[in-house]
Design a protein around this ligand. Structure first.
Ligand code: S3P
Length: 166
């Protein structure tokens, strides 16, 4: 299996990109971020949502995930990438790390983002996370609770558990 691909999933603002970059550096592998790939190819996410709508964004995202997981490395996904059933099945050939949170610290983490799905801030974030939680849980090979530990310790936990998961 393509277990040399590690995919980070989890809600908006949990730290998938930040942790993913550090993890890739620690493992000495490439890092790819599906949001960044979409922006590079199609422009700002808020503009895609506004001009083309969410379904089109999801199609771009499905393609970005497929491309990102086609080579070894660490991949950070957008929080809604797992909504695609095709993506769900494709992730079966990777090691999926679910970054979970109890919502602590989320207000400040989301403050400086420009996320079209969070027009009502934390209320939207909570509702969307509750809706997606079962999907994150069912896809996860490894679950890391990010709210009860520092970034450095979360990173250590991922590295340790990836080794055990081999
Ligand atoms: C989304 C999450 C965002 C981005 C888009 C939609 C979502 O990525 O893809 O705004 O549906 O959860 P992050 O999880 O990196 O914020």
């Amino acid at each position: 299996m393509g277990k040399d691909v590690v995919v980070l999933i989890g809600p908006m603002g949990v730290g998938k990109t930040t942790i993913g970059k550090k993890l890739a550096r620690a493992l000495k592998v490439e890092f790819r971020d599906t949001d960044a790939m979409i922006v590079a190819e199609h422009g700002a996410i808020a503009d895609i949502f506004a001009k083309l709508g969410e379904p089109e964004f999801r199609r771009f995202e499905e393609a970005a995930v497929a491309s990102a997981i086609s080579e070894p490395g660490v991949v950070a996904t957008g929080g809604g990438a797992v909504l695609s059933e095709l993506t769900q099945s494709r992730l079966g050939s990777t090691t999926v790390v679910y970054l979970s949170t109890d919502g602590r610290h989320m207000a400040s983490r989301l403050a400086n983002g420009n996320r079209p799905l969070l027009q009502n801030g934390l209320d939207d974030w909570r509702r969307i996370y509750e809706e997606r939680k079962p999907t994150y849980e069912s896809l996860a090979d490894i679950t890391i609770n990010t709210s009860n530990q520092t970034m450095a310790s979360a990173l250590d936990e991922i590295k340790t558990r990836l080794t055990k998961n081999d």
